[in-house]
Each structure stands twice: as structure tokens, then as C-alpha cells.
Design a protein. Structure first.
Length: 225
């Protein structure tokens, strides 16, 4: 299986060399295969968000390599890392972070326009994605006019708008009630499977984690380096 993402010997600490130094990750290896959905399960303070930020090229490790689709991203300049994030990575968070002044359709169109996709094609892509998650009738609604589950489904569509190779999700259903969470997660999994996407999904919900291909667990580390 070809790996879409490889993290090799990753180390990360904050305030290094000071009495307040905190080691978050040390000698961490992780791979996500093509079309594989991996659950990341970790207690609070174990470095889950830091790992996702490093995998998503939002933060840099102190040591180790981040390899995305066979390309070492670790030492690249900011412009190249930004382009890789925009073109090859999709992000979903616990809160949807939709732009409130724009409709569901526009929220899915905007990242495509930022990627130089012609507007007509971007709108067609947005409509197709919204239809896949059952939101065609809500395309012209703004976030305040939608339920929490509907807003999160729009966030899924936005994350997939540019056809990424890898989806990174941090507690994507953590802000929803159990029934809505289960439904929204099922929608996400269908969307990921239908598009052949790879995904690394952090969750505290072991029932949801068990529905993915593989579970990776992070252990909490001592507070001081």
C-alpha cells in the first residue's frame, strides 16, 4: 500500500531549553495508506492536536520528517507548504468555522476560487458535494439558518472541495449530540469512501473509532521535558 502520509521520527516540544519546557511528541512514526481511514485516539494532553497540526503543515517538528505523497515537506519554504495545504489537504474541526455571511454553496465555492478554479466549475463541484451529503435544498441557506449537523456537513464539503489526497479531522462530531453525531459521522465515512480519500480522524469516541480501518493510540507524556 502506498502511503499518502508518513510521519518519521517526529519530535516536538514547546519552550525548549527553559524550565518551562514541555515535550509533546518524541520519536513518533505514523503512516496513513492510500484510501485508508485511520482513527487517532488520545487522552487530553497527549499531543493529538500538535500531531494533526504537523501532519497538516500548520506547524513544523523539531526533528523528523513529514512526507506527503512521497514528497518531503519538512524543509520547504512557506509558500510551497501553503500550496500543498490548499491543494492536497482538507481540514475539518470540532466547530464548523463556516463564514456566516455566505451561503452553504458559497462556503464550498470559496476555497476553490482561492485555488484558481473557474467559478462555474467551482459552483458545479459545490452543488455535487452538497447533494452527496443530502443538502441540495439547503445550498442557499446561511449557517445561522442550518442545524449544527447540517453546518458540519457543509464543513465536510468545504474540506473536500479542492479534491485533497488526505483529510485531517479533529473531533469532527465532538460538538454534536449522540444521535446527530452518529448520522454525521456516517455521512463523512460515505463521502470519504466514495471519493477514495485517505483520512486521519481524531476522536474520543471509541465506537466511531472502531468503524475506521485502523486505530492509532497516543499515550499521554509527562508534562515536563
Amino acid at each position: 500500500m502506498n502511503d499518502v502520509l508518513r510521519l518519521e521520527a517526529i519530535a516536538k516540544s514547546y519552550n525548549p531549553g527553559t524550565p518551562a519546557a514541555v515535550s509533546v511528541l518524541s520519536d513518533l512514526d505514523l503512516a496513513v495508506g492510500r484510501s485508508e481511514v485511520v482513527a487517532l485516539v488520545a487522552p487530553s494532553g497527549a499531543g493529538k492536536s500538535t500531531l494533526l497540526h504537523i501532519a497538516g503543515l500548520l506547524d513544523t517538528p523539531d526533528a523528523g520528517r513529514v512526507v506527503l505523497e512521497g514528497r518531503d515537506m519538512t524543509g520547504l519554504p512557506d509558500r510551497a507548504r501553503t500550496a500543498a495545504r490548499r491543494e492536497r489537504l482538507g481540514f475539518v474541526y470540532q466547530f464548523h468555522h463556516l463564514l456566516p455571511e455566505f451561503t452553504a454553496l458559497e462556503n464550498v465555492v470559496l476555497p476553490q476560487l482561492a485555488n484558481a478554479v473557474p467559478e462555474g466549475r467551482a459552483r458545479d463541484r459545490a452543488r455535487d458535494l452538497l447533494d452527496r451529503v443530502g443538502l441540495s435544498a439547503r445550498a442557499r441557506h446561511r449557517p445561522a439558518e442550518m442545524s449544527g449537523g447540517e453546518q458540519q456537513r457543509v464543513a465536510f464539503c468545504r474540506a473536500l472541495a479542492n479534491g485533497p489526497a488526505l483529510l485531517l479531522a479533529d473531533e469532527p462530531t465532538g460538538n454534536l449530540d449522540p444521535a446527530t453525531s452518529d448520522h454525521v459521522f456516517a455521512v463523512l465515512m460515505d463521502l470519504v469512501r466514495d471519493t477514495g480519500l485517505s483520512a486521519l480522524i481524531a476522536t474520543h469516541n471509541l465506537d466511531l473509532a472502531a468503524r475506521m480501518d485502523r486505530i492509532v493510540r497516543l499515550d499521554a507524556r509527562p508534562a515536563r521535558a
